[in-house]
Design a protein around this ligand. Structure first.
Ligand SMILES: Nc1ncnc2c1ncn2[C@@H]1O[C@H](COP(=O)(O)OP(=O)(O)OP(=O)(O)O)[C@@H](O)[C@H]1O
Ligand SMILES: [Mg+2]
Length: 427
């Protein structure tokens, strides 16, 4: 597991030892420890941590100077101060000197993870804002990329059913972006004949802003789910840089509460761009030995890309192989928890044939119940997220729920908080 890399600047050795313990408990990698001054700055420049913790005690001048120097040297790296002083003036002073958060001792590992989550979220948003990717006034919907290491493992079945179930369960606005660069079949699975496709959007990408993104979708009349359909042209995405891909997805997230991105069976640079701009990614595998083996390789690739494990969930879609590997075996093989299992169900095959998502076809089918529960688990039930505020940090929204590993059997309510929460921007 690629842990976040942390550097500690603290001259009090006892305090440093406690902090190191808390960092270890929070499952972060300590990449350096140092005192204050230039030593701290040069070590940080060399180690390039994801986050820097600076202890600030009286007399505070030197540690605060160090925080300031670190903020200047590594402006994109969040600095978090920890201190035994919790009064408002000390906190204010810490923030002025470049800290993103301020923790009061004793520092617990859970607080560390929360603080890092918030700090990295803010940093990400700051960078996106700088790149013009975030609107300052509009909240961003949840982007969920459905990916997988192979074709034919049920990504599009999961994407379409998840989209429809999210719409039904939450009543919020949902768009599916068919980002399968080969042969996208989301429109077919919803029995749609689109007049506009992703190709039209890509051609106009330079001029498109958030007010225009609805022009490129086709609405699924029965549910109100919108679809940015794939093009039949093989060059539909040509000329679209990875930054363009991220920007286009983000434009949809400015307009819709949920953006589901269906991808091709590859973990390539394109899918990476989708994942990097997502709130959460579902990596689907069938129970085939080869699919699970490829999923294990996908885990390593995600680590190499620096995708935080909290932003990815693994889904075992039993697909057409009910004799395949089970969730425990898959978890062991990939070294990650299996978040959800969609059972094998003939009704899925029929639903694909007729272009009607299974979750629309009544409640009996096992897979339908499982996919509906998955949507509830991800998005919450109707009304459940009405109290959410737009300031809820993205990172907190995707932190793993406290509770047992979820296995979506479809026959019980999870009773847990949704994995992602949304902002309500009205429709
Ligand atoms: N849970 C399931 N039970 C039974 N059959 C399933 C299930 N999930 C998927 N299938 C079958 O597998 C087929 C392939 O699924 P799907 O098109 O979603 O895969 P995909 O990963 O999107 O493939 P591609 O990468 O080619 O787009 C479906 O048409 C359906 O017949
Ligand atoms: Mg597909």
């Amino acid at each position: 597991m690629a842990n976040l890399r942390v550097l500690i600047a603290d001259e009090d050795l006892d305090s440093r030892v406690s902090m190191k313990r808390a960092v270890a408990r929070a499952e972060l990698d300590l990449v350096g420890e140092t005192g204050y001054g230039t030593e701290a700055v040069s070590l940080a420049l060399e180690a390039r941590p994801d986050v820097i913790f600076v202890a600030v005690e009286e007399p505070a001048a030197r540690p605060l100077d160090t925080a300031d120097g670190l903020a200047n040297a590594l402006p994109d790296t969040p600095i978090i101060i920890y201190s035994s002083a919790g009064d408002a003036e000390s906190v204010r002073r810490g923030m002025i000197f470049g800290a993103r958060d301020y923790l009061v001792k004793p520092v617990e590992s859970s607080r560390i993870r929360d603080a890092i989550g918030v700090a990295l979220n803010q940093e990400e948003r700051r960078q996106m804002r700088r790149a013009g990717q975030l609107s300052a006034v509009h909240g961003r919907g949840s982007v969920i990329t459905v990916a997988g290491a192979k074709g034919g493992i049920g990504k599009s079945v999961v994407s379409t059913n998840l989209a429809v179930a999210l719409r039904q369960e939450t009543g919020r606005s949902v768009v599916i972006i068919d980002a399968d660069t080969q042969f996208g079949d989301v429109a077919t699975m919803l029995d749609l004949l689109p007049d506009v496709t992703v190709g039209d959007l890509v051609k106009q990408r330079g001029d498109v802003d958030r007010s225009m993104v609805r022009q490129f979708v086709t609405t699924h009349a029965a549910t109100g789910v919108d679809v940015l359909a794939a093009s039949e042209e093989e060059d539909a995405w040509d000329g679209c840089s990875l930054d363009d891909v991220k920007r286009l997805i983000d434009l949809y997230a400015q307009v819709y509460d949920f953006v589901i991105v269906d991808t091709a069976g590859a973990m390539d640079a394109f899918v990476r761009a989708c994942i990097e701009t997502s709130t959460l990614s579902l990596v689907v595998s069938s129970g085939d030995v080869s699919a699970v083996r490829d999923t294990a390789a996908a885990v390593r690739r995600l680590d190499k890309w620096g995708v935080h494990p909290d932003r990815v969930r693994f889904v075992l879609n039993a697909g057409s192989h009910d004799q395949g590997i089970n969730a425990d075996e898959m978890a062991e093989a990939i070294g990650r928890e299996v978040f959800w299992t969609v059972p094998h169900d003939r009704a899925v095959i029929d639903s694909v044939q007729v272009g009607q998502p299974l979750v629309l076809r009544g409640g009996k089918a096992k897979a339908a119940q499982s996919l509906t529960m998955l949507a509830r688990r991800i998005g919450g039930k109707s009304g459940a997220s009405d109290t959410q505020s737009t300031s809820e940090p993205f990172w907190r929204r995707v932190l793993p729920a406290r509770g047992p590993a979820m296995r979506g059997t479809g026959d019980d309510d999870t009773g847990l908080e949704p994995v992602v929460e949304t902002v309500d921007r009205g429709r």
